[in-house]
Design a protein around this ligand. Structure first.
Ligand code: HEM
Length: 391
Protein backbone atom coordinates (compact mmCIF):
# COMPACT_ATOMS: atom_id res chain seq x y z
CA UNK A 1 0.00 0.00 0.00
CA UNK A 2 2.56 2.56 1.06
CA UNK A 3 5.35 1.84 -1.38
CA UNK A 4 3.47 -0.04 -4.13
CA UNK A 5 2.41 1.48 -7.42
CA UNK A 6 0.17 0.70 -10.36
CA UNK A 7 -2.41 -2.05 -10.57
CA UNK A 8 -1.43 -3.94 -7.41
CA UNK A 9 -1.50 -0.76 -5.30
CA UNK A 10 -4.94 0.16 -6.72
CA UNK A 11 -6.31 -3.34 -5.96
CA UNK A 12 -4.98 -3.36 -2.37
CA UNK A 13 -6.19 0.17 -1.70
CA UNK A 14 -9.66 -0.68 -2.94
CA UNK A 15 -9.66 -3.90 -0.90
CA UNK A 16 -8.61 -2.02 2.26
CA UNK A 17 -11.27 0.67 1.91
CA UNK A 18 -13.93 -2.01 1.37
CA UNK A 19 -12.68 -4.10 4.29
CA UNK A 20 -12.68 -1.03 6.58
CA UNK A 21 -16.26 -0.33 5.55
CA UNK A 22 -17.27 -3.95 6.28
CA UNK A 23 -15.76 -3.62 9.74
CA UNK A 24 -17.75 -0.51 10.44
CA UNK A 25 -15.28 2.32 9.75
CA UNK A 26 -17.53 5.30 9.05
CA UNK A 27 -20.42 3.81 11.07
CA UNK A 28 -21.40 3.21 14.70
CA UNK A 29 -19.50 -0.09 14.77
CA UNK A 30 -16.11 1.59 14.76
CA UNK A 31 -17.28 3.81 17.58
CA UNK A 32 -17.98 0.70 19.66
CA UNK A 33 -14.44 -0.61 19.09
CA UNK A 34 -12.83 2.73 19.93
CA UNK A 35 -14.96 3.29 23.01
CA UNK A 36 -14.39 -0.26 24.28
CA UNK A 37 -10.66 0.36 24.06
CA UNK A 38 -10.88 3.80 25.68
CA UNK A 39 -13.06 2.46 28.51
CA UNK A 40 -10.55 -0.33 29.09
CA UNK A 41 -7.65 2.11 29.32
CA UNK A 42 -9.64 4.56 31.47
CA UNK A 43 -10.53 1.83 33.98
CA UNK A 44 -6.78 1.36 34.57
CA UNK A 45 -6.44 5.12 35.15
CA UNK A 46 -9.49 5.19 37.43
CA UNK A 47 -8.12 2.41 39.63
CA UNK A 48 -5.02 4.52 40.21
CA UNK A 49 -7.08 7.69 40.78
CA UNK A 50 -9.22 5.87 43.37
CA UNK A 51 -6.05 5.13 45.31
CA UNK A 52 -4.09 8.37 44.89
CA UNK A 53 -6.58 11.02 43.78
CA UNK A 54 -4.72 11.49 40.48
CA UNK A 55 -2.71 9.58 37.90
CA UNK A 56 0.31 10.51 35.81
CA UNK A 57 -0.18 9.80 32.12
CA UNK A 58 2.61 9.60 29.55
CA UNK A 59 2.67 9.19 25.76
CA UNK A 60 2.41 5.42 26.36
CA UNK A 61 -1.29 5.85 27.16
CA UNK A 62 -1.99 7.28 23.68
CA UNK A 63 0.30 4.77 21.98
CA UNK A 64 -1.45 1.85 23.64
CA UNK A 65 -4.97 3.17 23.04
CA UNK A 66 -4.39 3.83 19.33
CA UNK A 67 -2.15 0.75 18.92
CA UNK A 68 -4.85 -1.47 20.39
CA UNK A 69 -7.60 -0.08 18.15
CA UNK A 70 -5.54 -0.69 15.02
CA UNK A 71 -4.29 -4.08 16.23
CA UNK A 72 -7.82 -5.29 16.95
CA UNK A 73 -9.09 -3.97 13.63
CA UNK A 74 -6.29 -5.75 11.76
CA UNK A 75 -5.68 -8.96 13.68
CA UNK A 76 -8.48 -9.04 16.24
CA UNK A 77 -6.44 -8.48 19.41
CA UNK A 78 -6.08 -5.55 21.77
CA UNK A 79 -2.96 -5.04 23.85
CA UNK A 80 -3.69 -6.07 27.42
CA UNK A 81 -1.48 -6.39 30.48
CA UNK A 82 0.13 -9.54 29.04
CA UNK A 83 0.84 -8.27 25.55
CA UNK A 84 1.51 -4.58 26.03
CA UNK A 85 5.25 -5.05 26.54
CA UNK A 86 5.49 -6.74 23.13
CA UNK A 87 3.79 -3.72 21.57
CA UNK A 88 6.00 -1.21 23.37
CA UNK A 89 9.11 -3.12 22.26
CA UNK A 90 8.08 -3.04 18.58
CA UNK A 91 7.13 0.61 18.94
CA UNK A 92 10.52 1.51 20.41
CA UNK A 93 12.36 -0.19 17.54
CA UNK A 94 10.20 1.62 15.06
CA UNK A 95 10.65 5.01 16.76
CA UNK A 96 14.43 4.56 16.75
CA UNK A 97 14.40 3.85 13.03
CA UNK A 98 12.11 6.83 12.31
CA UNK A 99 14.69 9.16 13.79
CA UNK A 100 17.06 8.44 10.93
CA UNK A 101 14.64 7.61 8.10
CA UNK A 102 14.39 10.75 6.00
CA UNK A 103 14.23 12.14 2.50
CA UNK A 104 17.73 10.74 1.82
CA UNK A 105 16.57 7.14 2.41
CA UNK A 106 13.56 7.77 0.18
CA UNK A 107 15.75 8.89 -2.70
CA UNK A 108 18.74 6.58 -2.91
CA UNK A 109 18.60 3.00 -4.19
CA UNK A 110 18.34 0.24 -1.59
CA UNK A 111 21.66 -1.33 -2.71
CA UNK A 112 23.39 1.97 -1.91
CA UNK A 113 21.93 2.04 1.61
CA UNK A 114 22.84 -1.61 2.16
CA UNK A 115 26.48 -1.24 1.15
CA UNK A 116 27.39 2.30 2.06
CA UNK A 117 25.41 2.87 5.28
CA UNK A 118 24.46 -0.65 6.45
CA UNK A 119 23.82 0.40 10.08
CA UNK A 120 21.21 2.82 8.86
CA UNK A 121 19.63 0.33 6.50
CA UNK A 122 19.54 -2.35 9.23
CA UNK A 123 17.84 -0.04 11.71
CA UNK A 124 14.94 0.54 9.33
CA UNK A 125 14.92 -3.03 8.06
CA UNK A 126 14.85 -4.60 11.55
CA UNK A 127 12.06 -2.32 12.74
CA UNK A 128 9.93 -3.27 9.76
CA UNK A 129 10.73 -6.98 10.10
CA UNK A 130 9.51 -6.86 13.69
CA UNK A 131 6.16 -5.41 12.66
CA UNK A 132 5.90 -7.96 9.82
CA UNK A 133 6.59 -10.84 12.22
CA UNK A 134 4.05 -9.54 14.74
CA UNK A 135 1.16 -9.14 12.29
CA UNK A 136 2.22 -12.05 10.04
CA UNK A 137 2.21 -14.58 12.90
CA UNK A 138 -1.48 -14.03 13.53
CA UNK A 139 -2.35 -14.25 9.82
CA UNK A 140 -0.45 -17.51 9.37
CA UNK A 141 -2.04 -19.06 12.48
CA UNK A 142 -5.48 -18.13 11.17
CA UNK A 143 -4.73 -19.75 7.80
CA UNK A 144 -3.61 -22.96 9.53
CA UNK A 145 -6.82 -23.08 11.59
CA UNK A 146 -8.86 -22.58 8.44
CA UNK A 147 -7.06 -25.45 6.77
CA UNK A 148 -7.56 -27.87 9.67
CA UNK A 149 -11.21 -26.85 10.04
CA UNK A 150 -10.96 -25.34 13.53
CA UNK A 151 -11.88 -21.85 12.24
CA UNK A 152 -14.47 -20.66 9.77
CA UNK A 153 -14.82 -17.36 7.94
CA UNK A 154 -17.98 -15.30 7.95
CA UNK A 155 -17.51 -12.92 5.02
CA UNK A 156 -20.68 -11.01 6.02
CA UNK A 157 -19.44 -10.38 9.54
CA UNK A 158 -15.63 -10.42 9.45
CA UNK A 159 -13.82 -10.29 12.76
CA UNK A 160 -10.93 -8.25 11.39
CA UNK A 161 -8.93 -7.41 8.27
CA UNK A 162 -7.27 -10.84 8.25
CA UNK A 163 -10.73 -12.45 7.94
CA UNK A 164 -11.63 -10.08 5.07
CA UNK A 165 -8.39 -10.85 3.24
CA UNK A 166 -8.59 -14.63 3.67
CA UNK A 167 -12.20 -14.62 2.42
CA UNK A 168 -11.15 -12.59 -0.62
CA UNK A 169 -8.13 -14.85 -1.19
CA UNK A 170 -10.40 -17.88 -1.16
CA UNK A 171 -12.90 -16.36 -3.60
CA UNK A 172 -10.13 -15.21 -5.97
CA UNK A 173 -8.55 -18.70 -5.85
CA UNK A 174 -11.89 -20.27 -6.73
CA UNK A 175 -11.95 -18.18 -9.92
CA UNK A 176 -8.82 -20.02 -11.13
CA UNK A 177 -7.06 -18.20 -13.99
CA UNK A 178 -9.51 -15.28 -13.77
CA UNK A 179 -8.78 -14.60 -10.10
CA UNK A 180 -6.62 -11.64 -9.08
CA UNK A 181 -3.07 -12.90 -8.42
CA UNK A 182 -2.39 -10.28 -5.73
CA UNK A 183 -4.21 -12.11 -2.91
CA UNK A 184 -1.36 -14.08 -1.36
CA UNK A 185 -0.13 -14.49 2.20
CA UNK A 186 2.86 -12.29 1.36
CA UNK A 187 0.55 -9.48 0.22
CA UNK A 188 -1.56 -9.90 3.33
CA UNK A 189 1.48 -9.49 5.57
CA UNK A 190 2.56 -6.36 3.71
CA UNK A 191 -0.90 -4.79 3.81
CA UNK A 192 -1.11 -5.50 7.55
CA UNK A 193 2.38 -4.09 8.06
CA UNK A 194 1.60 -0.88 6.17
CA UNK A 195 -1.69 -0.26 7.95
CA UNK A 196 -0.19 -1.02 11.36
CA UNK A 197 2.69 1.34 10.64
CA UNK A 198 0.67 4.17 9.09
CA UNK A 199 -2.24 3.94 11.50
CA UNK A 200 -0.42 3.94 14.77
CA UNK A 201 2.17 6.69 15.24
CA UNK A 202 0.27 9.27 13.21
CA UNK A 203 -2.86 9.22 15.37
CA UNK A 204 -1.08 8.70 18.70
CA UNK A 205 1.30 11.62 17.98
CA UNK A 206 -1.66 13.86 17.10
CA UNK A 207 -3.32 13.03 20.44
CA UNK A 208 -0.12 13.59 22.41
CA UNK A 209 0.60 16.93 20.69
CA UNK A 210 -3.07 17.84 21.17
CA UNK A 211 -2.91 17.37 24.93
CA UNK A 212 0.42 19.21 25.09
CA UNK A 213 -1.30 22.16 23.47
CA UNK A 214 -4.45 21.87 25.59
CA UNK A 215 -2.72 21.85 28.96
CA UNK A 216 -0.95 25.06 28.06
CA UNK A 217 -4.21 26.64 26.82
CA UNK A 218 -6.67 26.14 29.71
CA UNK A 219 -9.18 28.63 28.27
CA UNK A 220 -9.56 26.36 25.21
CA UNK A 221 -10.19 23.36 27.49
CA UNK A 222 -12.85 25.26 29.43
CA UNK A 223 -14.66 26.20 26.23
CA UNK A 224 -14.61 22.60 24.99
CA UNK A 225 -15.85 21.27 28.32
CA UNK A 226 -18.67 23.81 28.38
CA UNK A 227 -19.72 22.79 24.86
CA UNK A 228 -19.58 19.08 25.65
CA UNK A 229 -21.46 19.41 28.93
CA UNK A 230 -24.23 21.29 27.19
CA UNK A 231 -24.91 18.48 24.75
CA UNK A 232 -24.23 15.45 26.97
CA UNK A 233 -25.51 17.04 30.21
CA UNK A 234 -22.57 15.25 31.80
CA UNK A 235 -24.52 11.98 31.88
CA UNK A 236 -23.37 10.17 28.75
CA UNK A 237 -20.35 9.68 26.51
CA UNK A 238 -19.69 11.88 23.53
CA UNK A 239 -20.58 10.01 20.31
CA UNK A 240 -19.75 10.52 16.64
CA UNK A 241 -23.36 11.63 16.10
CA UNK A 242 -22.57 14.70 18.22
CA UNK A 243 -20.06 16.08 15.71
CA UNK A 244 -22.39 18.62 14.06
CA UNK A 245 -23.14 20.07 17.51
CA UNK A 246 -19.57 20.53 18.69
CA UNK A 247 -18.11 23.25 16.44
CA UNK A 248 -15.55 24.35 19.04
CA UNK A 249 -14.18 20.85 19.60
CA UNK A 250 -14.08 20.30 15.83
CA UNK A 251 -12.15 23.54 15.36
CA UNK A 252 -9.71 22.56 18.13
CA UNK A 253 -9.03 19.19 16.51
CA UNK A 254 -8.40 20.97 13.19
CA UNK A 255 -5.95 23.34 14.92
CA UNK A 256 -4.22 20.38 16.61
CA UNK A 257 -3.84 18.66 13.24
CA UNK A 258 -2.48 21.86 11.70
CA UNK A 259 0.12 22.04 14.44
CA UNK A 260 0.97 18.36 14.38
CA UNK A 261 1.32 18.05 10.57
CA UNK A 262 2.57 14.52 11.18
CA UNK A 263 4.14 13.88 7.79
CA UNK A 264 6.89 16.25 6.73
CA UNK A 265 6.57 15.20 3.13
CA UNK A 266 3.71 13.63 1.22
CA UNK A 267 4.22 10.40 -0.63
CA UNK A 268 5.89 10.68 -3.99
CA UNK A 269 3.97 11.36 -7.17
CA UNK A 270 5.25 11.08 -10.75
CA UNK A 271 3.75 13.48 -13.23
CA UNK A 272 2.44 11.79 -16.36
CA UNK A 273 3.16 14.71 -18.69
CA UNK A 274 5.33 17.81 -18.80
CA UNK A 275 3.91 20.64 -16.70
CA UNK A 276 4.70 24.28 -16.15
CA UNK A 277 4.73 25.32 -12.49
CA UNK A 278 5.59 28.85 -11.32
CA UNK A 279 7.92 29.37 -14.25
CA UNK A 280 9.57 25.94 -14.00
CA UNK A 281 9.18 23.43 -16.79
CA UNK A 282 8.89 20.04 -15.08
CA UNK A 283 9.51 17.16 -17.49
CA UNK A 284 7.23 14.11 -17.53
CA UNK A 285 8.17 11.26 -15.14
CA UNK A 286 9.64 13.58 -12.50
CA UNK A 287 9.29 12.44 -8.88
CA UNK A 288 7.59 15.12 -6.84
CA UNK A 289 6.29 15.64 -3.35
CA UNK A 290 4.40 18.31 -1.45
CA UNK A 291 5.33 19.54 2.01
CA UNK A 292 2.04 19.56 3.86
CA UNK A 293 3.77 20.85 6.98
CA UNK A 294 4.96 23.94 5.09
CA UNK A 295 1.46 24.62 3.78
CA UNK A 296 0.05 24.47 7.30
CA UNK A 297 2.29 27.31 8.50
CA UNK A 298 1.90 29.44 5.38
CA UNK A 299 0.96 32.96 6.53
CA UNK A 300 -0.97 33.54 3.34
CA UNK A 301 -3.60 31.07 4.61
CA UNK A 302 -3.00 30.85 8.36
CA UNK A 303 -2.53 34.23 9.94
CA UNK A 304 -0.06 34.20 12.84
CA UNK A 305 0.69 30.50 12.20
CA UNK A 306 2.75 29.98 15.37
CA UNK A 307 -0.28 30.81 17.53
CA UNK A 308 -2.50 27.96 18.76
CA UNK A 309 -5.85 29.45 17.90
CA UNK A 310 -8.79 27.05 17.29
CA UNK A 311 -11.10 29.99 16.71
CA UNK A 312 -9.38 30.78 13.38
CA UNK A 313 -11.50 27.94 11.92
CA UNK A 314 -14.69 29.44 13.35
CA UNK A 315 -13.90 32.98 12.14
CA UNK A 316 -13.34 31.64 8.63
CA UNK A 317 -15.10 28.38 7.85
CA UNK A 318 -13.43 28.15 4.43
CA UNK A 319 -10.07 27.75 6.18
CA UNK A 320 -10.86 24.10 6.82
CA UNK A 321 -10.42 23.53 3.10
CA UNK A 322 -6.83 24.77 3.33
CA UNK A 323 -6.05 22.14 5.90
CA UNK A 324 -5.02 18.81 4.38
CA UNK A 325 -3.48 16.68 7.16
CA UNK A 326 -4.55 13.51 5.33
CA UNK A 327 -3.31 14.61 1.91
CA UNK A 328 -5.57 14.86 -1.12
CA UNK A 329 -6.19 12.97 -4.32
CA UNK A 330 -6.06 9.33 -5.21
CA UNK A 331 -3.25 8.52 -2.75
CA UNK A 332 -4.78 10.34 0.16
CA UNK A 333 -4.86 8.63 3.54
CA UNK A 334 -6.96 5.43 3.62
CA UNK A 335 -7.25 5.69 7.38
CA UNK A 336 -8.71 9.21 7.39
CA UNK A 337 -12.17 8.23 8.66
CA UNK A 338 -10.74 5.93 11.30
CA UNK A 339 -8.27 8.57 12.49
CA UNK A 340 -10.93 11.30 12.58
CA UNK A 341 -13.19 9.06 14.68
CA UNK A 342 -10.35 8.25 17.09
CA UNK A 343 -9.29 11.88 17.50
CA UNK A 344 -12.85 13.01 18.18
CA UNK A 345 -13.87 10.25 20.57
CA UNK A 346 -10.62 10.02 22.53
CA UNK A 347 -10.05 13.77 22.88
CA UNK A 348 -13.68 14.62 23.59
CA UNK A 349 -14.37 11.82 26.06
CA UNK A 350 -11.12 12.31 27.99
CA UNK A 351 -11.95 16.00 28.40
CA UNK A 352 -15.44 15.07 29.63
CA UNK A 353 -14.09 12.60 32.17
CA UNK A 354 -10.92 14.22 33.49
CA UNK A 355 -9.36 17.44 34.62
CA UNK A 356 -6.04 17.30 32.73
CA UNK A 357 -2.96 19.31 33.69
CA UNK A 358 0.74 19.27 32.94
CA UNK A 359 2.87 17.08 35.20
CA UNK A 360 6.15 18.90 35.78
CA UNK A 361 7.78 20.98 33.08
CA UNK A 362 6.67 20.20 29.56
CA UNK A 363 9.17 19.93 26.70
CA UNK A 364 8.83 22.73 24.18
CA UNK A 365 10.38 20.94 21.23
CA UNK A 366 7.65 19.76 18.88
CA UNK A 367 10.00 18.42 16.22
CA UNK A 368 13.19 16.85 17.51
CA UNK A 369 14.22 15.52 14.10
CA UNK A 370 13.10 18.16 11.60
CA UNK A 371 14.66 16.30 8.67
CA UNK A 372 13.09 12.92 9.34
CA UNK A 373 10.17 11.71 7.20
CA UNK A 374 7.65 12.33 9.96
CA UNK A 375 7.40 14.95 12.67
CA UNK A 376 8.67 13.51 15.92
CA UNK A 377 7.92 15.64 18.98
CA UNK A 378 9.81 15.29 22.24
CA UNK A 379 7.54 12.75 23.96
CA UNK A 380 8.92 13.11 27.47
CA UNK A 381 5.96 15.33 28.49
CA UNK A 382 3.58 13.97 31.12
CA UNK A 383 0.05 14.81 32.22
CA UNK A 384 -1.90 14.59 35.46
CA UNK A 385 -5.47 13.28 35.21
CA UNK A 386 -8.05 13.85 37.96
CA UNK A 387 -11.56 12.47 37.71
CA UNK A 388 -14.39 14.91 37.00
CA UNK A 389 -17.16 12.41 36.35
CA UNK A 390 -17.64 8.67 35.88
CA UNK A 391 -19.18 7.42 32.61
C1 HEM B 1 -4.00 11.56 12.40
C2 HEM B 1 -3.73 10.46 11.74
C3 HEM B 1 -3.21 10.36 10.33
C4 HEM B 1 -2.63 11.31 9.54
C5 HEM B 1 -2.35 12.77 9.86
C6 HEM B 1 -2.33 10.67 8.27
C7 HEM B 1 -1.75 11.32 7.20
C8 HEM B 1 -1.50 10.73 5.97
C9 HEM B 1 -0.93 11.41 4.83
C10 HEM B 1 -0.56 12.89 4.78
C11 HEM B 1 -0.81 10.51 3.83
C12 HEM B 1 -0.22 10.78 2.44
C13 HEM B 1 -1.28 11.30 1.55
C14 HEM B 1 -0.79 11.75 0.21
O1 HEM B 1 0.34 11.42 -0.20
O2 HEM B 1 -1.55 12.50 -0.43
C15 HEM B 1 -1.29 9.24 4.33
C16 HEM B 1 -1.33 8.07 3.60
C17 HEM B 1 -1.71 6.86 4.10
N1 HEM B 1 -2.26 6.62 5.35
FE1 HEM B 1 -2.57 7.99 6.81
N2 HEM B 1 -2.72 9.37 8.32
C18 HEM B 1 -3.28 9.13 9.56
C19 HEM B 1 -3.83 7.95 10.01
C20 HEM B 1 -3.86 6.78 9.29
C21 HEM B 1 -4.50 5.55 9.73
C22 HEM B 1 -5.29 5.39 11.03
C23 HEM B 1 -4.27 4.60 8.76
C24 HEM B 1 -4.68 3.17 8.66
C25 HEM B 1 -5.23 2.46 9.55
C26 HEM B 1 -3.50 5.25 7.70
C27 HEM B 1 -3.07 4.63 6.56
C28 HEM B 1 -2.49 5.28 5.48
C29 HEM B 1 -2.11 4.60 4.24
C30 HEM B 1 -2.20 3.11 3.95
C31 HEM B 1 -1.63 5.59 3.38
C32 HEM B 1 -1.11 5.40 1.95
C33 HEM B 1 -2.26 5.51 0.98
C34 HEM B 1 -1.85 5.25 -0.47
O3 HEM B 1 -0.69 5.44 -0.81
O4 HEM B 1 -2.74 4.87 -1.23
N3 HEM B 1 -3.28 6.57 8.06
N4 HEM B 1 -1.72 9.40 5.64
Amino acid sequence: LLSANGENWAEMRQFTLLAFRKMGVGSGLIEKRIMAELDGRCSELDAEIDKNGKVTVSVEFFDLTVGSVINSLLIGKRFDENSKDEFLKIKKLFDDSSETFNIFDLNVPVWFLKWVVPWRFNLTWNARQNILTHVGKEALERLEKLKDGTYDLDSEDPKDLVDCFLAKMRSENEKGQDGHPGYTMDSLKLVLHDLWLAGQGTTATSLYVGFMKLVTHPSVVLKIQKELLKITEGSRNLTLQDRPNTPYLNATIAEIQRFTSVLNVNFWRINAEEISFRGFQVPACTMMTAQIGALHVNEQYFEDPEKFDPERFLRNEKLLQQLIPFGIGKRSCVGEQLARSELYLVLGNLLLRYDIRAHGTLPTNMDVFPYSSAKLPDTSGKFEFRKIRKM
